[in-house]
Design a protein around this ligand. Structure first.
Ligand SMILES: C[S@@+](CC[C@H](N)C(=O)[O-])C[C@H]1O[C@@H](n2cnc3c(N)ncnc32)[C@H](O)[C@@H]1O
Length: 242
């Protein structure tokens, strides 16, 4: 299952999607932290740490942060783990990872969720923050998550989900579809940063519903699959490797 249909205005088909997404994040990387900081009113670091702690990340865990980007999830994890020595960060974008490297001395690996370059049973905890929309196959990514986790290991996926109600969707569409990209252009003067935020909205708008994500996690052999919704906007998907 694909997380959303190919976006014809952006790339021809699923085969072309990874190159498009990579170029998009490489081009916007140096603006990413600033834009998500004010765009979410400075709540991002606190929320990521809270979500990690609430969902069971504990000192001593070996953590794999898939789609680490500029390292915002991994930096929050350091506050729980006490150091970055047990953190592995993976991302296909060299530009995003260059920003993450400035923040923390974790192990950095270039790669994609669908083909993780790690041995079976390697990690206690696996995170993916705001990147599920960018994979080319949900089941393939989730099969890889199951493979690299130790038995009993946990997956935590943070995502944005379009509100179900019409009023919520109206305001969500207005802010993320129009106001946020416009403010991004105004503050950064970067068309690349603006485009990154336009694409952010386009993929949320087109994304499959939570029930499909849950079904794909179950199809990949993960158990105890759950979704917790917060404020009608945020989704936390959790699952365990049997
Ligand atoms: C919106 S950023 C999220 C960064 C970070 N996790 C956070 O919480 O802010 C999305 C990241 O997903 C990465 N990405 C895109 N396709 C991917 C894939 N197939 N596998 C893993 N990461 C991918 C991008 O390079 C980008 O760094």
């Amino acid at each position: 299952m694909i997380p959303h249909p190919p976006l014809a205005t952006r790339y021809a088909g699923t085969a072309e999607k990874p190159a498009f997404v990579n170029q998009l994040f490489n081009a916007g990387a140096k603006h990413y932290d600033g834009v998500v900081d004010w765009g979410f009113l400075g709540t991002g670091a606190g929320y990521r740490k809270w979500a990690l702690h609430r969902n069971g990340l504990r000192p001593g865990h070996a953590l794999l942060d898939v789609a680490c980007g500029t390292g915002l999830v991994a930096a929050a994890a350091v506050k729980i783990l006490g150091s970055a020595e047990n953190i592995t960060c993976l991302d296909p974008s060299e530009g995003m990872m260059a920003e993450a490297r400035k923040k923390l001395p974790a192990r950095f690996v270039v790669g994609r969720a669908e083909a993780l370059p790690f041995a079976d049973d390697s990690f206690d905890f696996l995170t993916m923050g705001y990147a599920l929309r960018h994979v080319t196959s949900l089941e393939q990514a989730f099969r890889e998550y199951r493979r690299v986790l130790k038995p009993g290991g946990k997956v935590l996926i943070l995502e944005m989900t379009k509100p179900a109600g019409r009023i919520g969707e109206f305001f969500f569409r207005l802010y993320f579809g129009k106001i946020y990209p416009w403010l991004t252009q105004l503050f950064t003067r970067s068309p690349e940063a603006r485009d990154m935020m336009v694409y952010f909205w386009e993929t949320i708008d087109a994304c499959v519903p939570p029930a499909s994500v849950i079904a794909a996690m179950q199809a990949a052999g993960l158990v105890d699959v759950k979704r917790k919704g917060l404020m009608g906007l945020f989704s936390e998907y959790t699952a365990t490797k049997p």
